[in-house]
Design a protein around this ligand. Structure first.
Ligand code: NDP
Length: 457
């Protein structure tokens, strides 16, 4: 079946240069799913094999699932969408996003379009220095123990690197030792905590497994040096040596919408930013919006999104109060936004090579390194945040969100096929996006169409 977007397909193709991937695809949303895939296949010059994974809904086999986790029962599916319009450091990216929540993909695409027309996102990311922690106890005098560890830095690093010689050959590996003494949580009567940080350049890997191997490997040497006893030896998810940043600058006129001048919308966004700076209750929701986008691309690309979440929220707290990861302000009739957060990402490791859906996501995203990927993730987070604050600081999010949510409610009520849109539209018109109302509307539609009402239970 052809969708209503045949004209859109032609327009999108016309805007797509023959040999380059373009993230600006007007009318893409009007295409049917097969038409969207066809368009991407032509633009990327993909053959049937490359589309196979997405056509088979990710195509992770039950056998692979059984290798990946314990007590596997089957495969659990989620929608895969594509975020449009993203331009980062002058390069176009189509962003694979796996998420069950309506409006996230639309929001990132919309905000990315505004930013794109204002010059795009500028982004940077630090190289992959990750932290492994080794907790030492019963070490005697903390100053003596700390000095002894520092004096053996070369030996400790050499031992750490001996567990992953390939990492050094790639230009990475253990780089530095830091010794931290922390006050005892029980108060002055307790032994201060002595924690050794092993800083490791993990190159293209997120690095958890290799860091844990190194941290466990150096523990006996640290015990020998300090005459103490080592307990925990594991990576820290507060990856604050692996920060990514993105920023944008938008003329206020570009924000005009909802019958409101751009300056008023920009003012609403900067007020929302002030609110989140001052109030952790607001900052939590602000950052949830940021992570809506980042988590979706993280899941699509097989990243450990729990690790990313843990790092982001710990970093948001690093000044002693939970704060927003992004900021917005007005400057000379421009809205200026920036974001900074730790992004421990990998293009290798974990399930990345094992999951065909993840491989498809990488082909779509076209990043050549974990650092480039971190720049894209940071930009996605900032775009998502812009979209949310633009609505929140003006007309509120419910109008747009409920229109999308209505489709989900219609499906929950039993609507299928063409009925989904009809029921959703009527729910929005009625101003009541509830399952009971959807059932009522569906029953009426089915009656009018002379159809059996399906299982509406
Ligand atoms: P893996 O151990 O799966 O893979 C990383 C390995 O890939 C490297 O050790 C390296 O092995 C190899 N490799 C090949 N090419 C490269 C390259 N160019 N750059 C770097 N490495 C390369 O993954 P990670 O060590 O990255 O760990 C991530 C996994 O650990 C995730 O699945 C995560 O869920 C999990 N995890 C997370 C924890 C946390 O966040 N707290 C805790 C424990 C696990 P070689 O040098 O031998 O070739």
């Amino acid at each position: 079946m052809r969708g209503e977007g045949n004209g859109a397909l032609a327009r999108a193709e016309a805007e797509t240069s023959a040999d380059a991937v373009c993230a600006r695809l007007p009318g893409f949303y009007k295409l049917t799913v097969p038409e969207r895939l066809d368009l991407l296949a032509r633009m990327y010059r993909w053959g049937p094999d490359e589309l196979g994974a997405v056509r088979a809904n990710g195509s992770l086999s039950a056998e692979s699932a059984n290798q990946m986790i314990e007590n596997a029962l089957g495969i659990f599916s989620l929608p895969l969408g594509v975020g449009l319009n993203l331009s980062v450091n002058g390069r176009d990216y189509l962003v694979p996003m796996v998420i069950e929540e309506p409006s996230v993909v639309a929001a990132v695409s919309f905000a990315a379009k505004i930013v794109r027309e204002s010059g795009g996102f500028a982004a940077e990311a630090e190289p992959g220095l990750m932290i492994g922690q080794v907790q030492v106890t019963r070490y005697g005098d903390p100053v003596r123990a700390a000095k002894a560890i520092a004096a053996h830095e070369e030996q400790i690093l050499a031992l750490a690197n001996s567990f992953h010689p390939a990492m050094q050959r790639r230009g990475g590996g253990a780089r530095q030792i830091e010794v931290r003494t922390l006050p005892a949580p029980e108060g002055p009567a307790g032994e201060p905590l002595l924690v050794v940080h092993l800083l490791v350049d993990t190159q293209e890997a997120m690095g958890a497994n290799l860091i844990n191997t190194m941290a466990e490997g150096i523990a006996p040497l640290i015990e020998q040096i300090t005459k103490g006893r080592v307990y925990l030896r594991i990576l820290s998810n507060l990856a604050d040596r692996r920060l990514a940043r993105a920023s944008c600058r938008i003329p206020v006129e570009a924000l005009a919408d909802f019958n409101m001048p751009g300056m008023e919308i920009a003012e609403g966004i900067s007020q929302a930013s002030r609110f989140a700076q001052a109030d952790p209750y607001r900052a939590a929701t602000h950052n949830k919006g940021v992570m809506n986008g980042i988590d979706a691309v993280a899941i699509a690309t097989g990243q450990d999104w729990r690790a990313i979440e843990a790092g982001a929220h710990a970093y948001a707290c690093s000044g002693g109060q939970y704060r927003p990861l992004s900021k917005w302000s007005l400057d000379d009739r421009h809205l200026v936004g920036s974001i900074e957060l730790p992004l421990a990402l990998g293009t290798v490791g974990g399930a990345i090579k094992a999951h065909p859906g993840v491989q498809f996501a990488f082909r779509l995203l076209r990043v050549s390194s974990a650092r480039e990927m971190a720049m894209v993730f940071a930009s996605v987070g900032l775009a998502q945040n812009l979209a949310a604050l633009r609505a929140l600081g003006s007309v509120g999010i419910q109008k747009g969100h409920m229109a999308l949510h209505a489709r989900c409610v219609a499906v929950t009520a039993g609507a299928r096929g063409l009925h989904v849109k009809k029921v959703a539209d009527l729910l929005v018109k009625a101003g009541t996006v509830k399952v009971d109302k959807a059932r009522e509307i569906l029953a009426t539609l089915c009656f009018e169409d002379g159809e059996e009402v399906g299982d509406l239970a």
